[in-house]
Design a protein around this ligand. Structure first.
Ligand code: UD1
Length: 375
């Protein structure tokens, strides 16, 4: 069996890594990694490949940045000849970035079987580009591998055939569990005992000047009581620079470049509170039991709220301050790890694909046998 993994942006890498490792244990499976080049800065890409132990991409499509239409179109037109050349049995796509939806569409049109890892998540907010990517990907993919049962429910409600849907668990947690001990050795020395860790990069939060300014003011105030560490995504950094919002006077607000996987994981594990608009970080904090305040009106990962440590504060900065205060005062939510977030999701994906392949080979043999007996 020949498998292509298509990845493109930072949150794809920690999802693909365990699946690549799990397939590597099977000598009858060959694999290739296609990097679309959606993320190209070393801090957002190469560093992750190195730390996660992902082999260098076999092909890099170098699509780079652009409007959604441009980026999606570039991935599609550059991926098509690669798929024709490799003729894979399966293509695996991950998460909900533009590269995911673009690759799934190319596969569907070429009739190449495609499996979506992290299928079924829905924020029910179509103003999010990722929601469009999730819906498109799930509706053209042949196999939908979900991280939690709400994903199955969403897909069934949308009329997707149950036999295409398989609950496998959360591959990001596979990576977290494998690398947590190593991350602990990457802990930055001289860290304060208590601190807030912040990330913010959603267009809805950073592309609107007044909200970004108010958010930075809130962090500045918070940093008077609790040191704040804020690794800044390039999109956010550009917005801060363009709007002349740099905060130099607040010396407990530590603004850094994006961090590596291991550095960031170590910081998450020991944080007093994490404030974010990321999807994956809601899941990682739930697993770690670290309080998470999500600066979004909705989440495609509801189990992080119902079982985990996540609280949706929306874009209400007054509420954000109140929730931070509760945590600083000692409130630590009781959390549970969702089922199948156990470090073995990638193994379940491999079993699913191998058994489907065996089934397909059996069907092909049976078809050939019936064909020859009737001629
Ligand atoms: C993308 C994903 C988002 C994910 C995020 C993680 C989509 C629609 N969005 O958002 O779901 O949470 O990745 O980081 O796919 N840039 C750089 N260097 C890079 C890449 C991007 O400086 O290596 C800057 C460019 O100015 C670019 C901007 O970031 O225009 C946005 O990059 P893009 O890939 O379009 O989306 P992200 O915001 O990174």
């Amino acid at each position: 069996m020949h498998i292509l993994h298509v990845v493109g942006a930072r949150p794809n890498f920690m999802k693909a890594a365990p699946v690549l490792r799990a397939f590597a244990a099977h000598i009858d499976v060959s694999q290739a990694v296609i990097h679309t080049g959606q993320h190209y800065d070393a801090q957002l890409s190469v560093v992750f490949f190195d730390q996660l132990g992902i082999p260098r991409p076999d092909v890099n499509l170098h699509v780079g940045s652009g409007s959604h239409a441009q980026q999606t179109a570039q991935v599609m037109s550059r991926l098509e000849p690669v798929l024709l050349q490799h003729a894979p049995d399966w293509v695996l796509v991950y998460g909900d970035v533009n590269s995911t939806a673009a690759a799934a569409l190319v596969c569907a049109k070429l009739q190449v079987r495609v499996a979506h890892v992290e299928a079924g998540l829905r924020s029910f907010d179509r103003s999010m580009p990722e929601e469009i990517n999730r819906i498109v990907t799930d509706h053209v993919a042949d196999l939908l591998l979900t991280p939690s049962s709400d994903g199955n429910d969403n897909l069934l409600r949308e009329g997707i055939a149950p036999e295409r849907i398989h609950l496998v668990g959360n591959v990001m947690i596979d990576t977290l569990l494998r690398l947590l001990p190593l991350a602990q050795s990457h802990r930055v020395s001289g860290l304060p005992d208590r601190y807030a860790l912040v990330t913010l990069h959603r267009p809805a939060n950073v592309d609107e000047g007044p909200f970004l300014r108010d958010f930075l003011d809130t962090l500045g105030d918070l940093s008077q009581d609790l040191p704040v560490i804020f690794p800044v995504h390039p999109r956010t950094r550009r917005r801060i620079a363009n709007l002349h919002l740099a905060r130099n006077g607040k010396n407990h607000l530590h603004v850094t470049d994006p961090l590596s996987y291991l550095e960031f994981l170590a910081l998450q594990e020991s944080a007093t509170v994490v404030i974010t608009d990321s999807g994956g970080i809601q899941e990682e904090t739930t697993f770690l039991g670290v309080p998470c305040l999500t600066v979004r009106e909705n989440t495609e990962r509801p189990v992080t709220v119902t079982l985990g440590s996540n609280v949706l504060v929306g874009r209400d900065l007054h509420r954000l301050r109140q929730e931070i205060q509760k945590i600083v005062n000692g409130r630590r939510p009781e959390t549970r790890v969702p089922p199948l977030w156990d470090g073995h999701a990638a193994e379940r994906i491999v079993s699913e694909l191998l058994s489907l392949d065996t089934l397909c080979q059996g069907l092909a043999l049976a078809k050939r046998a019936t064909g020859s007996s009737t001629t």
